[in-house]
Design a protein. Structure first.
Ligand SMILES: [Zn+2]
Length: 163
């Protein structure tokens, strides 16, 4: 039986905050993009907003879980000030060269499947906005429609792709 809720999954770097190369390691380099109105529109349509991000920099020791948590709190608080609730953050802390294979690193669907299970989501009514092919592939593997945008492209430009 499909879940009761619908969601828009969001990649982090290049979608919610500015793309900075491999990983954003320091909160000083964390520049939050202005997608407030666009995400408010999606929220008002009844979509849960869930973040799904590869954080292989954790496996590499480039930053800690605490530093990552600070970035996510900053993201959540900034969006909240604009009336947008980012409901949850799902991240893959692994990297194949350091921790071996896992089920959650995109293009694997694990992060999306976690969100789908936790929030009783119907994947057929849900979307994944990302700036890499691997985001679209992860979405497809989870039964969610992937939408590819350019890095740092305003989400407002692709809103008409979402019912
Ligand atoms: Zn993983």
């Amino acid at each position: 039986m499909p879940g009761k809720n619908k969601a828009v999954f969001l990649d982090r770097d290049g979608v919610l905050n500015r793309e900075m190369g491999d990983y954003v390691c320091r909160i000083e380099d964390f520049y939050i993009l202005d997608n407030f109105e666009a995400l408010k529109t999606l929220q008002d349509k009844g979509y849960l907003l869930l973040v799904a991000t590869n954080q292989g920099g954790l496996a590499k020791g480039w930053y800690t879980e605490d530093e990552l948590a600070k970035m996510h709190i900053s993201l959540k608080e900034t969006y909240r000030q604009h009336g947008v609730e980012l409901t949850d953050f799902f991240y893959c802390p692994h990297h194949p060269n350091f921790t071996g294979d896992c089920d959650c690193r995109k293009p694997k669907p694990g992060l999306l499947l976690q969100g789908i299970a936790k929030y009783d989501i119907d994947p057929a009514k849900s979307y994944f906005i990302g700036d890499r092919e691997r985001d679209v592939d992860a979405g497809t593997a989870a039964g969610v429609k992937g939408i590819l945008i350019n890095s740092d492209q305003p989400i407002s430009e692709i809103l008409d792709l979402i019912d």
